[in-house]
Design a protein around this ligand. Structure first.
Ligand code: CTP
Length: 422
């Protein structure tokens, strides 16, 4: 008989009182409805590890929507249901809980999402990725806190091992290759020996995964604390090349990611992605953008970054006039500019980019188009030309005050014509 483990105390100690109360009420309501409720997946793993995780995933043996509807009476908030999958999510105050109906899955087509049908908690757990994620905790009053650990997840946690449940895990769903690398780094675990050889065996199955799903995995990697370490390992194992054959997880990338974290403790995903794709040619960039179906704004950042990279030679010329630096960098997304500052190996170019980011991009002339019209210049393209000249003079430090600008303006052509404006 396996030893019985009860996590009620850990739940009480590690989770906020509101969520503990919700789970107790949920268990009671489920019991009254003749259903069973369980806490599952990552949060159980993290309870055992003593790590904070407030993402409650609950599984109902029965009907998750029916339970969620009843729970909204005690927790009025926003209920979203997906009848097709029989799942629900409940949001109230600052909390969110996901409820799913226990299900088994069949993978009819490689790489596609599985076909699901309702089942027991045991078979729900048997479809999961790794033993450490395949544990559940009973929440009904007659077994509250009891750990269900059918695959030795607790033992693997103790031995710091990531282990698949069966031989076909990665071929059923190759995104688990990325997930495995992510957990390995996040938790400081090892891929168990057989799991590692299965992963190597099934790497080619990544070809069956859609760009959308791979993009999602990549985003999750870039949200981890040290994404470069996952990318380095992904390169070593030949996983990275399934994103694009020219991507590299190497020391250069590690340095750049570390430098990005010096600028901000949690750099935006866009900056990490611009650094990861920095070595790609413009054509390769486009291939990756279309494979991952990157959203427009993100695609623009990568394109901007590539255009700035093409101008680094010009930005590396010493003693460039600030207005020239401005013209070279103006109009690009700041993230792309920052990526180039981090990635360029020319100290001069870096200094110029830094000057743009810290100062030049904020400099504007004091006089506006309206001021020029008031000074007697008729509305015409000349106004823009004059404003550009003022802007340039201000960038290069030739004018400082509004008065300087007015004086400079008077030296320009329209004021020196035979019929100067008033
Ligand atoms: N899961 C799986 N195979 C996948 C994705 C998810 O088996 N390809 C299962 C795992 O049991 C996982 C659960 O679904 O624990 C929820 O998925 P997700 O939210 O991605 O994982 P969490 O463990 O909750 O999140 P994290 O590990 O990042 O904290």
């Amino acid at each position: 008989m396996p030893e019985k483990v009860n996590l009620a105390d850990k739940i009480k100690k590690q989770l906020p009182a509101e969520l503990v109360h919700f789970m107790q009420v949920g268990g009671e309501v489920a019991h009254n409805q003749g259903q069973s409720l369980y806490l599952v997946g990552g949060v159980v793993r993290d309870l055992l590890l003593g790590r904070t995780n407030l993402d409650l995933d609950l599984v109902v043996e029965g009907d998750a929507i029916k339970l969620a509807q009843q729970l909204t009476l005690s927790y009025p908030g926003k209920l979203t249901t997906h009848p097709r999958f029989n799942t629900a999510s409940l949001k109230w105050d600052r909390w969110r809980v996901d409820l799913a109906t226990a299900r088994s899955e069949t993978y009819l087509k490689l790489g596609a999402l599985p076909t699901v049908c309702p089942s027991s908690i045991d078979s729900d757990l048997s479809r999961r990725d790794f033993t450490i994620n395949a544990m559940a905790v009973g929440l009904n009053p007659d077994g509250y806190g009891e750990l269900i650990d059918l695959y030795g997840g607790r033992c693997d946690l103790e031995h710091k091992l990531i282990r698949v449940l069966h031989q076909k895990s990665f071929s059923d769903d190759a995104t688990r290759i990325w997930r495995g690398l992510r957990y390995q780094r996040r938790l400081g675990f090892q891929l168990e020996e057989t799991t590692l050889s299965l992963l190597k065996r099934d790497i080619g199955m990544l070809a069956t995964i859609s760009g959308d799903r791979i993009r999602h995995e990549l985003e999750l990697v870039l949200k981890e604390e040290f994404p470069e370490k996952i990318l380095l390992r992904a390169d070593e194992l030949n996983v990275l090349k399934w994103l694009h054959p020219s991507l590299k997880g190497n020391r250069w990338l590690a340095e750049k990611f570390q430098q990005a974290r010096k600028l901000s403790a949690t750099p935006p995903l866009e900056l990490y992605l611009a650094l990861l794709t920095y070595p790609l040619t413009a054509k390769e960039n486009e291939q990756l953008i279309s494979f991952l179906r990157l959203p427009k704004s993100l695609a623009q950042i990568l394109r901007d970054s590539a255009s700035i990279k093409a101008k680094l030679g010009l930005l590396s010329v010493p003693k460039l006039a600030p207005s020239r630096v401005y013209r070279l960098l103006y109009g690009y997304s700041p993230t792309a500019v920052i990526a180039n500052m981090l990635a360029s190996d020319s100290a001069v170019a870096c200094r110029h980019i830094q000057l743009f980011l810290d100062k030049l991009r904020y400099i504007k002339p004091a006089l506006s188009g309206q001021d020029l019209i008031k000074m007697g210049i008729p509305p015409s393209p000349t106004i823009k030309e004059l404003l550009d000249k003022l802007h340039q003079a201000k960038l290069d430090g030739k004018v400082r005050s509004r008065k300087d600008e007015e004086e400079l303006l008077r030296s320009f052509a329209p004021f020196n014509s035979p019929n100067p404006p008033a």
